[in-house]
Write a protein that binds this ligand. Structure first.
Ligand code: NAD
Ligand code: TYD
Length: 357
């Protein structure tokens, strides 16, 4: 059997593909991995799969309908797991166009190709087919400090071009189920962290900058709250929903781990002080407060009781165990970090923070 993964060279997608082959329940199944290799996609994440016949990498775009049709006809996947997206809020503020193209038009194109493929399948394959859409908690907007965490029925109130484009894609997925009967599953997950995280997002940026002796830029007062989940827990949640989730349902996925950004940065500094002490002094000396993000959501928090109640999924990592693994991974993979700090990475850092590395 085969699944088609989109965006499987990005942060979560590559962890998902690696974990898929590491899990005995799924290890025997081929993964066709379609990725456009944008700045965020990195074939090096999948280097350990080189020569492995179970992994078929295809360099291409989810907006390319002809390519999608030919891949679906050739490989006849039993499921599509859709990660491909533009995913960085700050980039969506500087340039929203690409977010509309990939996240909205790309998801629409993929849904149409999936519908064509699914409706022509024989009955047994048709009944088994799933379209799993990977989405975010950011579609629900921002929570007041004491408000209850997001449930699956929380109103959609996206505030950034990124979250608006993901909300639009969620609505398309829902409509393709209700109108055409396409067997969809959607997961809305909180902030992930872990290996292969592109170092323009908070956690890897802070690790990489600290090790280089560069400023650690906290937006505004740093009291914005996110609900952090170790990436392999997100991957296990997706495998669980794909295997046993109820068709047409959405499942919120989170780590029960709400933390303000300031605390995250202090935790990273303390771990680095322990694991790679800097003779110049504690890493917290590098913390700087910079201008806040426009429209910055104050708090996200996931109520993950539905996926636990219905499917028995809970995260395996605590924040303490996950962040320690993550810091160690970055310390042991300086070559990977150097590889992704290309010209376009440096251009982004210069555009966004105004200080060339
Ligand atoms: P990422 O930016 O690291 O990876 C995205 C991948 O998609 C890259 O490999 C990129 O090359 C590929 N891609 C982009 N446009 C494409 C296109 N037009 N055609 C084919 N491939 C394309 O993102 P990520 O952090 O791994 O997120 C993956 C998914 O999970 C996204 O849908 C995101 O919205 C969702 N999500 C992310 C988080 C998080 O904390 N990172 C949390 C919840 C949900
Ligand atoms: P990010 O990793 O971009 O994820 P998201 O915005 O999707 O939640 O940012 C996580 C939090 O960290 C968010 O509140 C913004 C904040 N942040 C900083 O304070 N400084 C930074 O340099 C970055 C990249 C993010």
């Amino acid at each position: 059997m085969t699944i088609l993964v989109t965006g499987g060279a990005g942060f979560i997608g590559s962890n998902f593909v690696l974990d898929w082959f590491a899990d005995a329940a799924t290890a025997g199944e081929t993964v066709v991995n379609l990725d456009a290799l944008t700045y965020a996609g990195n074939a090096a994440n999948l280097a350990s799969l080189e020569g492995d016949a179970r992994h078929v990498f295809v360099h291409g775009d989810i907006c390319d309908r002809a390519l999608l049709d030919s891949l679906l006809a050739q490989h006849r996947p039993r499921a599509i797991v859709h990660f491909a997206a533009e995913s960085h809020v700050d980039r969506s503020i500087h340039g929203p166009g690409e977010f509309m193209r990939t996240n909205v038009t790309g998801t629409f194109t993929l849904l149409e190709a999936a519908r064509g493929h699914w409706s022509a399948l024989p009955d047994d394959e048709r009944a088994r087919f799933r379209f799993h859409h990977v989405s975010t908690d950011e579609v629900y907007g921002s929570l007041a400090p004491a408000a209850p965490a997001f449930t699956e029925t929380h109103a959609y109130e996206p505030n950034s071009p990124y979250s608006a484009s993901k909300a639009a894609s969620d609505h398309l997925v829902r409509a393709w189920h209700h109108t055409y009967g396409l067997p969809v599953l959607t997961t809305n997950c909180s902030n992930n962290y872990g290996p292969y995280h592109f170092p323009e997002k908070l956690i890897p940026l802070m690790i990489v900058n600290a090790l280089a002796g560069k400023p650690l830029p906290i937006y505004g007062d740093g009291l914005q709250v996110r609900d952090w989940l170790y990436v392999s827990d997100h991957c296990s949640a997706i495998r669980t929903v794909l295997a046993r989730g109820r068709v047409g349902e959405t499942y919120n996925v989170g780590g029960w781990n709400e933390k303000p950004n300031r605390e995250i940065v202090h935790t990273i500094c303390a771990l680095l002080d322990e694991l790679r002490p800097d003779p110049a002094g504690p890493y917290t000396r590098l913390i700087t407060h910079v201008t806040d993000r426009p429209g910055h959501d104050r708090r996200y928090a996931i109520d993950a009781r539905k996926i636990e109640r219905e499917l028995g999924w809970r995260p395996a990592e605590t924040f303490d165990s996950g962040i320690r693994k993550t810091v160690r991974w970055y310390l042991e993979h300086a070559d990977w970090v150097a590889g992704v700090q290309s010209g376009s990475y440096r251009d982004w850092i210069r555009t966004h923070y105004g200080n060339a590395p």
